[in-house]
Design a binder for this molecule. Structure first.
Ligand SMILES: Nc1ncnc2c1ncn2[C@@H]1O[C@H](COP(=O)(O)OP(=O)(O)O)[C@@H](O)[C@H]1O
Ligand SMILES: [Mg+2]
Length: 225
């Protein structure tokens, strides 16, 4: 199996006022390229922090995070931002769509930020919305969509740059189970295309969509995985 992520001794300490909050405490983890990994664990165990570090949204306080032969911890801010925009698509529990923008405009946004010409953006957004079953909703604003539809728009947006890595932080946490299952089926489809998918979830049924599950406890991977 080709090595995707390799994390060694990863620590993350947040400072809040005058106190230090350890979120990750020496975490070791390997994720193969193309793997579908579920991450479980109690609230506060460091799941969201881990996902943010995997996606280069934040940096560890100590330790190493490699993707293939690239050590992300050695990247400059600009390099990390470029790496992230080319390789990572994110999904969040609260969808995080931009409310004044239509579904299509939300999907186009990552392309706009990369300077992709308007006609190509439009066509790509249309394709992606069709792929998630929302071709008919392209002109709708997020408030005019159900939760499940909003998450599917967010998934289309996450795919705009055709990233090899999809990171999803409790993407079904605000959805009922039937609607959540549609989103999980889409994640499974993306995994089937060879993408690396990391899914944080509280729900054992959702975790069952992954090929493997690890459990975090107190900022480390719990033994026995
Ligand atoms: N931005 C932040 N500033 C300060 N503390 C944080 C921040 N984000 C998370 N934490 C703390 O780090 C720990 C892990 O949080 P988090 O990664 O969000 O866990 P989980 O996603 O498993 O609930 C918690 O104690 C949390 O309060
Ligand atoms: Mg969290």
């Amino acid at each position: 199996m080709k090595l995707g992520f390799k994390l060694e001794g990863v620590r993350k300490i947040y400072s809040v006022g005058r106190s230090l909050v350890p979120a990750l405490r020496g975490l070791d983890l390997e994720i193969a390229t193309g793997e579908f990994l579920a991450i479980m664990g109690p609230s506060g165990s460091g799941k969201s922090t881990l996902l943010a570090l995997l996606g280069g949204l934040d940096r560890p306080s100590a330790g190493r995070i490699c993707w293939g032969d690239q050590d992300l911890t050695g990247f400059s801010e600009d390099h990390l931002a470029r790496w992230r925009s080319e390789r990572v698509g994110f999904l969040f529990q609260t969808f995080n769509l931009i409310s004044p923008l239509s579904a299509a405009e939300n999907v186009e946004l990552p392309l706009l930020l990369r300077g992709v010409p308007r006609r190509i953006r439009r066509e790509r957004a249309r394709q992606l919305l069709r792929r998630v079953g929302l071709a008919e909703r392209a002109e709708h604003k997020p408030t005019e969509l159900s939760g499940g539809e909003q998450q599917r728009v967010a998934l289309a947006r996450a795919l705009a740059n055709d990233p090899p890595i999809i990171l999803a932080d409790e993407p079904t946490g605000n959805l009922d189970s039937q609607v959540g299952a549609q989103v999980l089926a889409l994640l499974q489809e993306l995994h089937g295309e060879g993408r690396t998918v990391v899914l944080v979830t509280h729900d054992p049924a959702a975790a069952g969509y992954g090929e493997r599950a690890v459990r975090l406890k107190d900022g480390r991977v719990e033994a026995g995985n």
